[in-house]
Ligand binder design. Structure first.
Ligand code: C5P
Length: 219
């Protein structure tokens, strides 16, 4: 079973995906990591984020192992790392270079320890439209920019990263503008859209589980 969860930054996709993966015993591919890995290598190598050739080269050479290594760097999920990921993700050649790696995983999904899984949960922007267009169930999770910025601000604050709510809101809006300029980031035609602005994580989880259970019964 392949489930895709797309939507804007900080809509709650990651938390939801991890909970679903545990409940339905599926592996989880956070596809934002491939773009974060390229963005971080650009920052570490002091390349201009506009250097399309360098970004494409990092994307072409990216392996799962390298991505996992880079994810341990504190800058991987920082404000600066998020911005870099969003900029390199807008380069078409980078997206093309990273597609096979994301798609291959769905053909042979495995858990972190290498054991085979019965399926995978994908989260990202284009997993229901481009990466896994034949997914069994597709969700598009969203929330207002203000609600999402507050969630991210609290995350940064808990990690001790200096930021202000206004700065995070500004970046959330800038990332939305960048990420949703692509047609592929619009909800897939067969995606179930859920606005989480007024819902707790538990309420979203319950709602999504009901939908998956019903789909599985009908299958
Ligand atoms: O999901 P996350 O916030 O970690 O993604 C980081 C960035 O990677 C996003 O802002 C977006 O620009 C890019 N991304 C993408 N397509 C995906 C996943 C992430 O363009 N499937």
């Amino acid at each position: 079973m392949i489930i895709t969860i797309d939507g804007p930054a900080a809509a709650g996709k990651g938390t939801l995906a991890a909970k679903l993966a545990e409940k339905f015993v599926l592996t989880y591919f956070d596809t934002g990591m491939v773009y974060r890995a390229v963005g971080l290598q650009m920052l570490l190598g002091k390349h201009s984020l506009e250097d399309k050739t360098a970004a494409e080269a990092f994307a072409k050479n990216l392996t799962f192992q390298k991505m996992m290594e880079l994810s341990k760097n504190p800058a991987f999920r920082s404000l600066e790392g998020s911005k870099a990921a969003s900029i390199v993700a807008a380069i078409p050649a980078v997206r093309v270079a990273l597609l096979a790696m994301q798609q291959n995983f769905s053909k042979n999904p495995v858990f972190a320890d290498g054991t085979p899984a019965n399926g995978a949960i994908y989260d990202g922007r284009d997993t229901g439209t481009v990466v896994c267009p034949n997914a069994d169930i597709k969700f598009f999770i969203t929330a207002s920019p203000e609600v999402r910025a507050m969630r991210r601000f609290k995350e940064y604050d808990a990690k001790g990263e200096i930021s202000s709510y206004d700065e995070v809101l500004k970046q959330t809006i800038a990332r939305d503008k960048n990420d949703f300029a692509r047609e592929s980031s619009q909800p897939a035609k067969d995606a179930i859209i859920i606005d989480t602005s007024e819902l707790s994580i538990e309420q979203v989880f319950e709602k999504v589980c009901e939908i998956i259970d019903a789909k599985q019964k009908n299958a």
